[in-house]
Design a protein around this ligand. Sequence first.
Ligand code: NAD
Length: 318
Amino acid sequence: SVNRGKVVIIGTSNVGSAVLNKIADFQLASEIALIDLDMDRARGEALDTSHAMSSPYCTNIKIHPGTYEDCRDAAFIVITAGPSILPGETPDRLKLASTNTKIMRSIFSEIVKYTKEAMVIMITNPLDVATYVVSTEFDYPREKILGTGTMLETYRFRYILTEHYAMDPKNIHGYVLGEHGNDAFVAWSTVNCAGLGIDHLDEYFHFEKKLNRHDVEQSLIQTAYDVINLKGFTNTGIAMVACRFIKAILYNEHTILPCSAVMNGEYGMRDVALSIPRMLSQDGIVRSFEVRLADEEMEKLCHAQKSVRAALDGAGVK
Ligand code: NAD
């Protein structure tokens, strides 16, 4: 049976270790098992975070290096294994498709030996390719596989927009959808800000120059590469995103968040995974929403589908 407090993290480098530490700090688990090809890294991260358990700020969580057998009773499996884009490389996550498809297949063929019940949170890039591969090539309930997708771009978007107006990003409601990567787009028709209305913001803030939506979209794509080029990798934002999803599912919140899963006929699409708003409960993804998109937003979604499909084709994925 499932241990509701147990999380397995696969891949314990920059991203996996950040996810580990946020889960621990937010007290979202009572046991965390760490798996990596490089088990010394997993052991090191387990030890380091375990030392913090002496602090009164920490719940005493059992953190240990693990094996795939740990998946047997896990409530969550977070997959962060496989390389990332490195500083100075071509800024396109899709070029990781072949390498990380192989890694996803080898990891998932282990997972399915032990469980079909854990909620799987996919983080490895190219995110939509990785999510599609494990969802379609293995006999695992699809509603229990969630790609973090454009939730991260959504957070980035809120930050960029509210930097412009010097305001709390949590005041923004609105979503970035499509591909986690260069074909992410803002569904402007969904954006609102503290009830003020996105079209009236410049007026309220006495800005003479109107917000340039194209620039906002460009910078929300570029900002990921800026982080990579500046610090070498991204990990803190995505760790927060992973915790947001874990919390929604753990607490059976029925929260609607953008995330990636295999399209099931929404917008007529089936041959890719992409992010659209989806409702999350303890059962995983319980509903997906076909948001009414403006024509140019629909074009961008179709473009995202084509890019992800081309990357899947290139990696030999049906
Ligand atoms: P990294 O290259 O530093 O670490 C990858 C880790 O995976 C290494 O520790 C490696 O030993 C391990 N690994 C490789 N193959 C494995 C296997 N078969 N089994 C177990 N472990 C294996 O990468 P990182 O910076 O930690 O990033 C990890 C992944 O997360 C990358 O694909 C990156 O692009 C992705 N990422 C996604 C998002 C997102 O929003 N979805 C954000 C940031 C990073």
